[in-house]
Design a protein around this ligand. Sequence first.
Ligand code: HPA
Length: 261
Amino acid sequence: MKIGIMGGSGLYEIEGFNFIGEEKVLTDWGEPSDTYRHFTFGGVDFYFLNRHGRKHDMPPHSVNYRANIAGFKKLGIERMLAFTAVGGIKGVKPGDVVIPDNAIDHTSGRAHTFYDRGLIHHIDFTAPFCPELRAMLNSCAGAASVPVKDGGTYICTNGPRLETAAEIRYFDIIGADIVGMTLFPEAPLAREMEICYANTSVITNYAAGTTENKLTTDEVVETMKGSMDKIRSIVTKLPEYYSVDRECACQDALAGTKISK
Ligand code: HPA
């Protein structure tokens, strides 16, 4: 049983997990952000990848998302969990944890598909997150006594700047609850590789213009640090709630989607 963990700011390993080694993976789409760190825990093989690189020196718009996802695929990963730091637009406050159920892509200029070299696939993305993985995450959070908001819409901006107050008002009107910079194209690329993908987001700050305070990266990093224990306890419960067989549609995501001859 293998599971991929895409860590953002702060989730690189978990105490108590047995470190097996690091795997450097080369892909047809170039180099992933870092080596994949392999751990075992409770009979599950965990592969951690640090989305922003070991030194946190890759901004969201220049992460090689294709290489990161292709690397997980090469390691035989069928399910992956992505952890992200986000700003809260409505219904949440810093320190809260959200398992979103939908998403809006507000990025531009990112390499966002594996199918731009002759083969064209239009994958279904009505529900961007794997329902089985979401259910697993919710069960783990319950078992770990970590309160989570089950559902919500993540809007992904290009960054690296934070948003204007007017942008956040607009995002609110179009239905977004949380705002981050990395879900796209990570989530659709995983779907294109038929990898189950679900997100857990930690609210690190109130989104721009929803509070009087000036947003600082220090605030984001501090709140993330303070919430890491919640994330670690959720992940630690995974072996208990991990079902071996996939019954979701993610595994056949490419079936019937090819339009080119
Ligand atoms: N906006 C975009 N991305 C973020 C934020 C934010 O307020 N906080 C953490 N990541």
